[in-house]
Ligand binder design. Structure first.
Ligand code: GRF
Length: 189
């Protein structure tokens, strides 16, 4: 039986797409059963629709975490993946899925994580700090933002002259396989 995963997103959804594709081609021991976004216009929702996956947007702050938990339960989700989800998760979801929520972050945590460290900001900070390597991290989600136990990391080289945009592209390229591989290992455990 394939594990049922719920994916939380806020934007483009290329990591979501990687999960959908890997699942379809038999390279992921899981099936994406529901996609939930805090942004109603997130392209990730379109990707879900195109793949015939149930999807919801939860724009209102007051109801957000209650609805997220409701949708996850409704679809019998076993593992939650945050794939570019920009909001902090509520305690109800965190405790219902304790040890079962994973996030992908576009840097080598514990460096370049925490408040304000998302999207292009992360890559700008890496370049400004003069780092020679960056990469991506998949980790368990706990109450403390970006600080849950690390499951896997993959590095990329920061070359002289790399802009934040170039680095973002390089990191994104390795994110997709890292997420799929780590999720497979996580499911096996
Ligand atoms: C990725 O860089 C991921 O590491 C970060 O947000 C970005 C999401 O990209 N958490 P996408 O929406 O999956 O294309």
């Amino acid at each position: 039986m394939k594990a049922k995963i719920g994916v939380l997103v806020s934007g483009r959804g290329s990591n979501l797409q990687a999960l959908i594709d890997a699942s379809k081609s038999g390279n992921l021991a899981a099936e994406v059963v529901v996609v939930i976004s805090d942004k109603s216009k997130a392209f990730a929702l379109e990707r879900a629709s195109n793949a015939g996956i149930a999807n919801f947007s939860v724009p209102k702050k007051e109801d957000r975490d209650r609805l997220i938990l409701e949708y996850l339960k409704q679809h019998q989700v076993e593992i939650v993946v945050l794939a570019g989800y920009l909001k902090q998760l509520g305690n109800n979801v965190l405790s219902a899925y304790k040890g079962k929520i994973i996030n992908i972050h576009p840097a080598l945590l514990p460096k370049f994580g925490g408040h304000g460290m998302y999207g292009i900001n992360v890559h700008r900070a890496v370049i400004e700090a003069g780092e020679k390597t960056s990469g991506a991290t998949v980790h368990l989600v706990t109450e403390i933002y970006d600080q849950g136990p690390i499951l896997a990391q993959k590095e990329v080289k920061v070359d002289q002259g790399d802009t934040a945009e170039i680095l973002a592209e390089k990191v994104l390229k390795i994110e997709h396989s890292l997420l799929v591989e780590t999720l497979n290992q996580f499911i096996k455990k």
